[in-house]
Structures are given as structure tokens and as C-alpha cells.
Design a protein around this ligand. Sequence first.
Ligand SMILES: *Cc1c(COP(=O)(O)O)cnc(C)c1O
Length: 381
Amino acid sequence: MFGEFGGRFIAETLYEPLEELDRAFRKAIKTKDFLRKLDYYLRVYAGRPTPLYYAKNSSEKLGLKLYIKREDLLHTGAHKINNTLGQCLLAKDILRKQRIIAETGAGQHGVATATACALFSLKCVVYMGKIDTERQEINVLKMKLLGAEVVPVESGTRTLKDAINEALRDWITNIDTTHYVIGSVVGPEPFPEIVAFFQSVIGEETIRQIRKFEGRYPDFVVACVGGGSNAIGIFRPFLKTKVDLIGVEAGGDGNNHSASLNYGKIGIFHGSKTYVLQDEDGQILGTHSIAPGLDYPAVGPEHSYLRSTGRVKYVVSDDQAALEGFEFLSRVEGIIPAMEPAHAMGWILRNAKDLKKSTIILNLSGRGDKDMHIYKTVRAK
Ligand SMILES: *Cc1c(COP(=O)(O)O)cnc(C)c1O
């Protein structure tokens, strides 16, 4: 539990499998062979450590010191591979399960999972809302090319939350052979802890790197928050310091958004107690963000906890601010960011006056190639 948040709000039959997973995880992180293998694949396959880049042009333009943690340079183009490599290795070497299932909304987590499954020769089934399979046909094609089976989910609103339900149903049915790879720091315990562990490598590297550059900690660390895994990954090692930590949620288009911590209410979603976007009756609200990866109606329970203690400040960037961040990093640094971290850059741009002379680290969670079709639509307007 993270204070009053987290827990296990699940079918009784999942209790024992989650206990088994918890035991396996605890064993794994004490097993030298496992950690050595994970480190090996993170380095030679995924491309870690990623650079911490001093963004000189932006810094001069904005009158501050901006460093960019380049998770966009990882294999498959985002931080998600840190988690899927870790969990698939956990399934194969410790849990000894040969079948992997996952849910995906925009398809990024599905592709990262299918990639790890191809690498470790595991069977892979990805649940995806029917509507999402139509919106993201290139990612569906990638998953299939990588050897995964993609199951379009026809129930409910035919989007992410229905894919989650189907994945949980599959897991209950095939628990002896199957591990469920959750894509962010969400879901019932111990998933939020497992994903946070595998993503913390981002923050651990960053602390070493900024010390080398500056000989001290930064003033701010800024990351976008969908489910919250890239943010927890970079925040975790800074929690014990005095560094200001800023999580940037998606403010959307004025009608819809996906800012659960800023506008949501405490509820239960995906097996966990956390901030959720829901109506009076507890029905999950429709979400929107220009960034497909931020389009999740809840947030990891650790973020709800960090909000409640005040250790992390959660702010909002809307679609327009994200577009400004997207264009700024492209033009000024020659880095086309994913729309998700473009929200975090947008927040820095809009608050640059108050941030003058500060040293800031931006977690650039992914690259923007996947979002060019979105940019094309916006530009055409
Ligand atoms: C999926 C994704 C996110 C959102 O997920 P978190 O768990 O909040 O990190 C952010 N950035 C990129 C590039 C993504 O692909």
C-alpha cells in the first residue's frame, strides 16, 4: 500500500497468483543471475545507459539550465522497454511461465511487450480495444510481425478499459501458464512496485549523471504522467532529496482531458485504489489527450500517495501547450519528442519566467515518430 492508496481490489481467485508474483519478484531482486541478465539486456539490447543531454540552445533561449534524459533513444523508442524486459525475464527465469498477456491502448506497451517476448521466445497475446486496433493499425501490424497474437476486444466502449478487463479474465483462466505484463505503475499489488522497480533505472542513472555535470542535484525534475511509470522511474531516487518534483498531466482540449490527479476522485480502477476519472455513479469517464500514451482514466496509486503528502506537485498541460513543447524541442534541439513528454516541455515553456536560473531535468520518455500522423492532422487545420 502507498498510504491509503493501492491495494488489491480483485477477484478472490487472483489473490494467490498475486502472492506468487510478489514472492517471485522479491526472489528475483535478490538473485544475482537475474539482475546480471537484466542489466545485460538493458545495456546491449535496449541501449542503456541513456544520455543525460545538456540542452544548450534551450537553456540559453529560456535563461535556465535544461538537461534532457534521453529515454527516446532506447530500442523501440521509449521507456516502456525497461519494464517489459524486466517482467518478461521475471516470467521466464523466476516464475517459469512461457505465456505472456498484456493490455494496450495506443499500442506502445503492446509493441514493447511483443518485442521482449520475441527476444525471450515467449508466447505473447495482446488485448486491445477494437476501436484502438483501428486507430493504431501500424502498431497492430508491428505486434503481429513480432510474433504476437492481437485480440480485438468488442465489449463495452471497445477501448483500453475493456482490454484491461479481458486481460484480467484471461489471466484468471490461464494462471498456471501465464504472466500478465502490466504496462505502467498501475494495477493491484505488487504490480505498481514491480514496474516502479524496473523503471527506477532511469532515476538512478540520472542522479549519477547530473552529479558529474553539476556536482549537485538539480532544482527540478519534470516528467509527464499517464499511468505514471516514466515519472516514478525518474522521481524515485530523488524522493529522499529536496529536489522539486513535477508531474505533468494531460489537460486535453477544453472538453475532455486525462488529468486524474487534478480533476479526478478517489475510487477503484484496475484493481487498485487511486484517483480515477469517474462520474457520480462511479462510471469511468471518457478521456482525451493529444498524446495517446496519456489517455488513461486513472493513475498509479503511488502518485496518489505522493500527491497526498505533497512531495510531488502535479500540474496540467493542455494539448496546445504540448504542441508548443513538441515544436520547440524539434526546432531548437533537433529532437522530435513524443507527444507525452512534449506536455512536460510545454509546462517548462509556459513557466520559464518563474524557472529562471534553475537547473531542470526533463524526462524525455519517448521519441515522436509515432505521433507524426497526429501532428499532420493538427498542421492541416
Ligand atoms: C506510454 C507512454 C507514456 C505514459 O506512460 P507512463 O506510465 O505515464 O510513463 C509516456 N511517454 C511515452 C513516450 C509513452 O510511450
